[in-house]
Design a protein around this ligand. Structure first.
Ligand SMILES: NC(=O)c1ccc[n+]([C@@H]2O[C@H](COP(=O)([O-])OP(=O)(O)OC[C@H]3O[C@@H](n4cnc5c(N)ncnc54)[C@H](OP(=O)(O)O)[C@@H]3O)[C@@H](O)[C@H]2O)c1
Length: 326
């Protein structure tokens, strides 16, 4: 089995969690931690057991030993950082939101093709065993047809105009940060909607601090999706079928609820150690083993559909980013 040298680009919060999960994979070598600041990279590398530390993103990309880069910077930089990696022929796993808008995602996809390098959005829930079970239930029709999806992702975040959650220059707003998960869930299970309704509360920095979205489909199906930083919700995803319902939790240790007719059962799906990020990293390396430049499970066409839906939702509000003007 080939071992891949991973580099982290941006040593922030999620990069730390991801690196801990990467340690669980025998074919992943924690090779380089990269920050704009060498001291920070050195500290991160020592804490998480990376072989090397770089104080410049570009310097790390010039290292021929780097096979694959995990991009964990704020969304407003994803496009530029992904292009830089791919121009240096590095495979890329880039955090969600993949980029700020459709135009940026299209540029990333084009660069992957031109440079013949792997590119995937880091959407760990695509590999979550509970979600995979939901997809099986939909496909098998054991509960009939899926009619409605309800999905929330809300947590309280104290207002800070400089923090990436609220700062427009860093792609702030709940939709691109966490609302993307409910939108992803609806697209994966029901497909692209025929109509979209949106009600957003924009805060002082003119980003959505709360957003409620309704998707409607010509076949009668619908989805109610929401995200926000104003309060904390259960953050479950519910799937209502003709003859039953399923509820899954974002927390990996909570059982799935499965209702058929009047009977409600708990389904416990055995999970590996870790936070689930190792599953996406494992998949990336499986794809690289097969010389693929995109994932069959999370194809780039899906990431493009996802950002198109997010753009449409934003167009129905007045959420506008500086990146939209470039
Ligand atoms: N998959 C998930 O479950 C999950 C969870 C949380 C976040 N995310 C995504 O991961 C990305 C990063 O989120 P995070 O919470 O880890 O953010 P964070 O803690 O703020 O870290 C972002 C890192 O980006 C780098 N960076 C480069 N230019 C920057 C700039 N101008 N301003 C601020 N940081 C800059 C910094 O690293 P250096 O200083 O080391 O260069 C910083 O530590 C976001 O796109 C977010 O949506 C995903």
């Amino acid at each position: 089995m080939k071992t891949y040298n991973w580099a982290i680009l941006g040593c922030g919060k999620i990069a730390r969690k991801f690196s801990k999960d990467l340690q669980l994979l025998s074919n992943a070598n924690l090779y380089a931690a990269t920050s704009r600041n060498l001291d920070k990279a050195t500290e991160f590398a020592a804490e998480l057991d990376f072989e090397k530390a770089y104080g410049s993103y570009l310097e790390m990309l010039q290292d021929p030993n780097v096979d694959v880069v995990y991009i964990a910077t704020p969304h407003s930089f994803h496009k530029d950082h992904a292009l830089l990696c791919m121009q240096h022929k590095k495979a890329v796993l880039c955090e969600k939101a993949f980029a700020i808008n459709q135009k940026e995602v299209a540029q990333m996809i084009q660069s992957s093709k031109e440079n013949n390098v792997f590119l995937m959005e880091a959407f760990w829930t695509r590999f979550n065993p509970d979600f995979l079970k939901v997809l099986d239930i939909i496909k098998s029709k054991e509960l009939g047809t899926l009619q409605h999806v309800k999905c929330d992702f809300k947590f309280f975040a104290p207002f800070d105009d400089q923090h990436r959650l609220f700062n427009k220059d860093l792609g702030g707003g709940s939709l691109l940060d966490i609302g993307i998960y409910p939108v992803f869930t609806a697209l994966m299970t029901l497909g692209l909607p025929d109509t979209i309704d949106v009600d957003a509360d924009l805060g002082m920095t003119k980003i959505d601090e709360n957003i409620e979205i309704t998707f409607k489909y010509k076949n009668g199906a619908s989805a109610k999706l929401s995200s926000g930083f104003q309060c904390t919700a259960f953050n479950d995803s519910e799937f209502y079928f003709e003859n039953g319902a399923v509820r899954i939790s974002r927390e990996l240790n909570r059982p799935m609820l499965y209702k058929k007719g009047y009977q409600i059962d708990e389904i416990h799906i055995e999970k590996e150690q870790g936070n689930g990020y190792q599953l996406e990293a494992e998949h990336v390396m499986d794809c690289l083993d097969q010389n693929l430049i995109e994932s069959p499970m999370l194809p780039l066409s899906f990431s493009l559909d996802l950002i198109k839906a997010l753009d449409k939702i934003r167009n129905l509000t007045s959420i506008h980013y500086p990146n939209d003007d470039h």
